[in-house]
Design a protein around this ligand. Sequence first.
Ligand code: BGO
Length: 734
Amino acid sequence: MGTAIVLAGNPNSGKTTLFNELTGGRQHVGNYPGVTVEKKQGIYESESGKFDIIDLPGTYSLTAYSLEEVVARDFLVNENPLMIINIVDASNLERNLYLTVQFMEMGVPVCIALNMMDVAKKRGIEIDIDKLSKLLKVSVVPTIARSGKGKKELMQTVAEKAHQPVEPLMISYGRDIDTALDKMTAIIQSTGFLTDHYIPRWTALKYLENDQQVIERGYKEDMAVALRLDRMVQEATCHIAATLDAHPEGIIADQRYGYVNSVLKQGVIRFYQDENRLMVSDKIDRIVTNRFIGPVIMLAVLMGLYQFTFTYSTIPVTWLESIFGWISGMAEHVLPDGMLKSLMISGIIDGVGGVLGFVPLIMFMFLGISFLEDTGYIARMSFMLDRVFRMFGLHGSSVMAFIVSGGIAGGCAVPGVMATRTLKSPKERLATLLTVPFMNCGAKLPVFALLTAAFFSEKKALVMVLITMISWIGALLVAWGLRSTIIRGESTPFVMELPPYRLPTLKGLLIHTLERTWQYVKKAGTVILCISIVLWAMMTFPQLNQTQAQKFEEKRADILLAVPVQVLNEINTPGGKKMTAKAVFVKERLLRLDLEQAQAALKNSIAGRIGIAVEGVTRFAGFDWRTNIALIGGFAAKEVVVSTLGIAYSLGEVDPEETTSLSDKLKTEDGWGPLTAFSLMLFTIFYSPCFVTVVCIAKETGSWQWGAFSVVFNTTLALTLSIIFYQVGKVVIA
Ligand code: BGO
């Protein structure tokens, strides 16, 4: 082992200042061998000993991308210094510790000089130094290099720890990388490959990071082993690209940051304002996080957020509906009957209306959430609920997304998915956003209302409670299942420290809200419009062929030919004087014919054909082709289930708010009963989210695979549950 102590750290962390403080006038400047990078050397001498101090070039990482990084790394490997004094900027811990972790992975002894403590204090950052030291298992000494404060303690610690053996840090990089790392490390160890220079796991890690310097050195050292390692890296890279759609290098960097983050989140950092504010916060917390009153306050706050999002946003939603209603009316009036008119109204205008219709909801929800976030209340809520949610692999903050999505029946999964942005851990966020669609959004309610009115009119309240409980239990169990299988991984340690309460500024709230809302419009808008048009086409094409259409025309002609001209005039002058009984009768026959034609057209469409094709499976859950078409329509928006059922049962488009005629009809239909109705409710809770939610899931996760997953997984789950329920129910009733 050499005798030098090196100073290493990020640029601007205060290395030069500390170097000057330690060495005073006893320093000289040269170059590192073969390169023009400046090398400063000096001597520190005190009662704790005499040390050579070398100032390494400032770097953020230890890859081989820049000359500075290569120089720093080579120096550590070739000169084998006694110890690294790693200067860490206390006001920017996360970024600085990223480098620290890499030193520790190299297995070189590290002592942290936690510099800029004055700056951190000014910024309201308080650091638990003992905890940081304990978690990282390295000595940490606070310093203010500018004033020389802490330098003596630092050098005493260095003298004490310099000769102690160190264990290299081993971070888990996730199953795929860890498996490759272990296999490669074993080969490196058994062949002694580059072991004179690096520790085996570090070499393997650098191979996976595609580090050209180490790879070139490897070829010179032993071509056979180097090629074997190359192959293993290629295999791992392909596997990771296929399974995680990422490069090993990216995952390694993410996991390192994840490690640093988890250390910091275990109570190492605390932000505070000033003593007075802290005391006020403590007093408020005594009530707000109280074991008994806390949950009541939380429920009230959640109800308040829910009310705020869904009550006040109805005003702009109504405006938007009126505007789009007016535009539709204009198109209806101006455009000639035909395909273009149908596309304009049902595809484009409804599609744009659909995108913008969510904007007020999202805006109001984010305004509410930003307010709770900025005041500091969300941290309290997460703190109180974390233990419960953690059991299911979620996070305390998941609760808001569930509530907004319809945890209290009547929300909406689109803002719910967006609300998961408050979750910092990617795995818990993913599990939350995949399960929030199980909540009972406002669009599912007309379906429940229709079926309850038809088959459980005596037990409306009980059915609603049951449905709410099933959706919560289902969502939590699925989250647990996902977190134990495909989204497996440690839960993020929860930040137990709670920031002080603050009064948010209006400007801050508005900026947050507008930014997040704009992201929804920008990211999801165009895709939603396209899918809206595709769904319209699925429900419209292919149209009835000429012979089929002709048949309806002939029937219409038969009716009209059989009535006197006077009655025809009565029918054709709407708003005229009261119609005679004969005219009313004829008009009803014509209307019934229209409805039959609409039913035939729907049955003939792509959606209709799919509905008929899957009947072979869905009848085990009690659903015939008509229900199937309605459920396909529900992919556009869940309330469409009701209106499409209306068309499928020749009642025309049923208004989801007014379903008496449809519920009366279902009561008398063959194949319908309480069992089928509840099976359909179960299916409605769990099956594919509407496509707007699917687009949001894809955009928020950054992967269409997760969007597709939510469609396939949820529908399979829903069908399985409904079939089990229906079949068991049939046996029990029999
Ligand atoms: C300037 N506390 C404070 N407050 N500042 C510090 C500390 C500390 O503990 N340690 C260092 N600084 P370098 P690298 C400057 O140069 O040692 C300051 O890259 C200025 N310059 O004084 O150079 C230090 O070697 C004009 O600040 O870092 C320096 O790692 C106005 O952090 C800066 C204000 O230190 C970087 C500061 C013309």
